[in-house]
Structure formats: C-alpha cells, structure tokens
Write a protein that binds this ligand. Sequence first.
Ligand code: ASP
Length: 339
Amino acid sequence: MKHLSLILIVFVMACSAKPEKAEELKSGPITLVIHGGAGTIRKANMTPEKEAAYHAALQQALDSGYAVLKRGGKSTDAVIAAIKILEDSPLFNAGKGAVFTNEEKNELDAAIMDGSNLMAGSVAGVTTIKNPITAAYAVMTKSEHVMMVGKGAEQFAQLNGIEIVDPSYFFDSARYKALLKAKQSEKDKAAMLYDPYTKDSKFGTVGAVALDQYGNLAAGTSTGGMTNKRFGRVGDAPIIGAGTYANNQTCAISATGWGEYFIRLNVAHDVAALKGYAGLTVQQAADSVVMKKLPALGGDGGIIALDRQGNFALTFCTEGMYRGYVNEKEGAKTFIYKD
Ligand code: ASP
C-alpha cells in the first residue's frame, strides 16, 4: 500500500511537470535573410552599375520571399521564392549563371530543410533542372529520401512536374571565361594534382533562411559548386548539416564558401549545436565557427543564421558576401562588402 501511494505521487508529479524551456520556444517576428555568395568581392573590381545590379537582385529576392511570409505563407515557401530569383539571375553561381566543371558542364547542387519537423531534401550534380531548389523541395515532400543525385534526381524531378531545361540554358559567357582562365592557370602551374580552388575566385552560391508567422524556421541553399570541379565533385550545399540546416529548437543556417571545409567541419550543424548545447546566441555561434574554426583549418566563406526569435547573423571571413535581410522592424537591407 505504501509502495502504491509512492508510485501514485511520482506519477502525479510527472504528469503535472511543465515542459522544459517552454518560454524559449516563443517565436519572433517574420524574418528573411539571404546570401548570394561570399569571397573576394572588392569595391575596386566593381563598377557602380554592377553594384547596383547586385543590390537590385538581392532586393528582388527579399521582396519575393517576404511577400510569401507577409501573406501568411510558410518559411519553406519563402526560402524557395527567394532562392528562385537568385537562381534565375546570371549574377550568382546557382541555376542560370552556375560555374563550369572541368568538362565544361554545369552541375548543380541544392538543399532545403524544414526546421519544424527536420524534414530535408537535396539534389546534387543535376544538369537539366532549371531551379534545383524546387527539385530539393520535391525530394523532401514527395519522396521518402533526403538526397538524390544526377540522372535519377532529374528523372524524379521530371516525374514530379519540375521544369526541365536543355543544359545549354545554364551557359554564361563570363562563367565560361572563368573556367578557361582556371584551366590555363592549372596548365601554367603544370599541376599534377586536382586543385579546384584559386585564391582570387569568389563563390556566389545562394541561400536563404526564413522564420514564418507560425514560428517555423527553414533553410535552403543552391549552387553550381566550384569552377573547374571534376569527377562528380559535390560540395557542402546539398549536404544536410554542412551547408544547410534548420531546426526550430536552435536555428536555420545556409552557407557559402570552400565546400570541402564546410563538409569537414559540419559547419551548419555545428552552428546549430553551439546554439543548442552551449547556449550561444546565433551571432556567437556563427563567429565561433566561421571566424575561428573555419580559417584555422584553412577554409573560408560565410553563413547566414536565423533563430526562432528573429535574431540573425550574417557572418563571413572573406572580403565580402552578397547578403540582405528583411523584417518588420528594419525593413529590407542589402550589403556587399564588409561595412
Ligand atoms: N560552397 C559551394 C561549394 O563548395 C561554393 C560556393 O559557396 O560558392 O560547392
């Protein structure tokens, strides 16, 4: 009898216990943060016209994604709307304007993640999908898988009504010239080993993180990868936890930079983990990974991160990062250089 009442007391206590940290899960105002790649972006190499074109494209992406949030849409839809604009712009290394592989092709990678349920979808090495972010979303919502590559991903996209284009759609003469230059410098160095990275290259991957009115976070990233890449190389963007990650409990992250380092460091998940386990703010977590761990290993690039309260970070260890944000308090802002 004594035992029974003890069990009863413990049971009643357990049932009436409040869920832990319920306070922390209150959500903030709708917010959208985007990037269009980090790298060696110098004012000296820009014309006022080019600068204006970048600001205009970033603004258009913010407008498109924020319109979704404003009308009560979901964060995943806002991420897709913003990224589609950047994929369609030849200014960025994603969709139209993607960089060339050594074999003079455009092989695209993209991922999306829903922070409310940890569902994720990604595609890699696709050559005929006009907007790879939409194919990533189809993988997440219409299949049981997380990642699809190459021909299979293209077949799946087509079956699901995603727009397919001829690979020539992605041709961009400036990107093609960049490939020829990279190949020439490879020859000049008489390099025996594959070296995909030239220090003066800028990246140009695109990404978005969003918080909707339901308090749900989402992240997405889309890229052509790195100029002169070979052998079916896949970067960090489509790898969940490396270049893309979202969890309502911590934050949403999209990355750009030297992908191999982002994969090794699990950058996106590391930022989320530092926020979740170490209790850092998004800014502190982003600084700790992007400004310390990443350069210490020899990599570079940047990230955008957003938490459920609407706090965000736009952090990069390169000279610049095309970026912007929009929320109710501050309106829309776009930036290119450090300050
Ligand atoms: N992170 C991308 C990759 O390595 C490149 C970029 O950010 O532009 O594929």
